[in-house]
Design a protein around this ligand. Structure first.
Ligand code: SUG
Length: 426
């Protein structure tokens, strides 16, 4: 396990990836305006069992690589509360009927914004649950996500879990947040990336949401950088910044067209974090469209136990000539990213969620987390068995009002909670 001891020498801080287990109602309803994969797979049949097993396989790989892995559970679906609020009576448009069924909480990069303990004024790790207000099917997530975070990170000596910022300010969590540091357990520089409204697609992350989080997490203003997303990237389908950039330790891996002012953004980060190493992919090598289609940047950039870095990318990257050529060139060079490892998360990808969307990074001492949210091989076996036994094999969007399917989805989730001793989330 890669671990850093804090200067106080009391806790062992490490980065833990908490993956969202893909829920039994996973479907393609085309609910996310501005998310090209979601729109283009609208109406397709989905395969929840295969989707969830792909997710567990990814977690197993990272558990083997890093020695530590966490997870968050699917939320209750169909969401009866939302169904009632929407006054569904069969006359509504199909997207409204589909929203209470969404399994979108699988993308835990949108669960919360996380500031590790070494960055905060009170020395605790702060998490603010994301309000996700821009999309109806995602706005229903936060109350149940908050309940889960409050259990997983209930040790208030080490964690502070915050409710959402007011809904006036759209907040999509860690998907638009990056952290540069010498090692995960050292104090870092937090980079907040926001969009400006007014374009063809919604700008889902508002600047003021992040400014509020900066204050409530007790972050030093000199160690925070606020950067505008490139409006052209949002127009091209980068609805979250993690579709075009990812950071780990001193490395920022980014497309050339990620930010409104690319060079100015590097300069701003570098003035707070002089050791910054930028690995930039030029548009001449990989177009913005191809980067978004393959999700090259929606990768997990991991520090392996030997200190080298590996990039966990979707399989779609290996199938793209321009992207794979670039990856091979990078691996042959002397850069900080030594290895590129493709993983199959195709069911999630078809809804616009790559390897990085599926995980929330929390730097903390694993001993301070509720162990029920931490994975080991035996637990992965157990999770797989429940999924294989109870997750629907296929869902057609037209099935989404069926009482039988609702009963199956509810029973499947309950079986998983029981297997993990987490029935209190029921
Ligand atoms: O919010 N897709 C998600 C994908 C989220 C990806 N997360 C990150 N980039 N971190 C979204 O757009 C599609 C659901 C549907 O169409 O049924 C969806 O919600």
């Amino acid at each position: 396990m890669v671990q850093n001891e804090t200067t106080a020498g009391q806790t062992l801080l490490t980065e833990i990836n908490f993956d969202g287990i893909v829920g039994p109602s996973h479907n393609y309803a085309g609910l996310s305006l501005g998310n090209i994969a979601s729109a283009s797979h609208k109406g397709d049949p989905s395969y929840p069992r295969a989707a969830a097993l792909q997710g567990v396989a990814k977690m197993r790989g990272n558990l083997a690589r890093l020695g530590v892995q966490g997870f968050l559970l699917p939320l209750p679906r169909p969401n009866v509360l939302l169904e009632n609020v929407l006054a569904l009576d069969g006359t509504e448009a199909p997207p409204l009927r589909a929203a209470p069924w969404s399994a979108s909480s699988m993308w835990t990069a949108n669960a919360a914004t996380v500031s590790p303990a070494p960055d905060t004024a009170d020395g605790r790790c702060h998490l603010t649950v994301a309000n996700l207000v821009t999309m109806l099917h995602r706005a229903q997530e936060w109350p149940d996500t908050l309940r889960q975070l409050e259990i997983a990170f209930s040790d208030t000596r080490h964690f502070a879990v915050h409710g959402p910022v007011p809904p006036t300010f759209g907040d999509e969590g860690a998907a638009n947040h990056m952290r540069l540091c010498e090692g995960h357990g050292n104090a870092g520089v937090e980079v907040f990336v926001y969009g400006k409204p007014g374009g063809r697609f919604p700008a889902r992350q508002h600047e003021q949401a992040f400014r509020l989080i900066r204050r409530s997490h007790g972050l030093d203003p000199d160690k925070c950088v606020f950067i505008e997303q490139n409006p052209a990237a949002i127009e091209a389908g980068a609805f979250h910044n993690d579709v075009v950039a990812v950071a780990n330790e001193r490395v920022l891996f980014t497309h050339e067209e990620a930010f409104a002012d690319q060079q100015g953004s590097y300069d701003a980060i570098r003035s707070a974090f002089p050791a910054l190493e930028v690995v930039e992919v030029p548009s001449s090598a990989v177009s913005l469209e191809e980067a978004i289609r393959t999700y090259l940047f929606n990768a997990q950039l991991l520090t392996l136990p030997d200190g080298s870095m590996a990039l966990i990318v979707p399989e779609e990257c290996r199938e793209s000539t321009s992207v794979w050529n670039w990856c091979e060139g990078m691996m042959a060079s002397n850069g900080p990213i030594r290895e590129v490892i493709p993983v199959d998360v195709r069911q999630s990808m078809a809804n616009g969620g790559g390897p990085a969307c599926l995980r929330l990074r929390v730097v903390c001492d694993p001993a301070t987390v509720d162990p029920r949210f931490l994975l080991d091989e035996a637990k992965a076996d157990r999770i797989e068995q429940v999924i294989a036994r109870t997750w629907p094999e296929q869902i057609d969007p037209a099935d989404l009002s069926s009482d039988n399917l609702a009963a199956d989805v509810i029973a499947a989730r309950a079986a998983l909670l029981a297997a993990l001793d987490l029935s209190e989330l029921g």
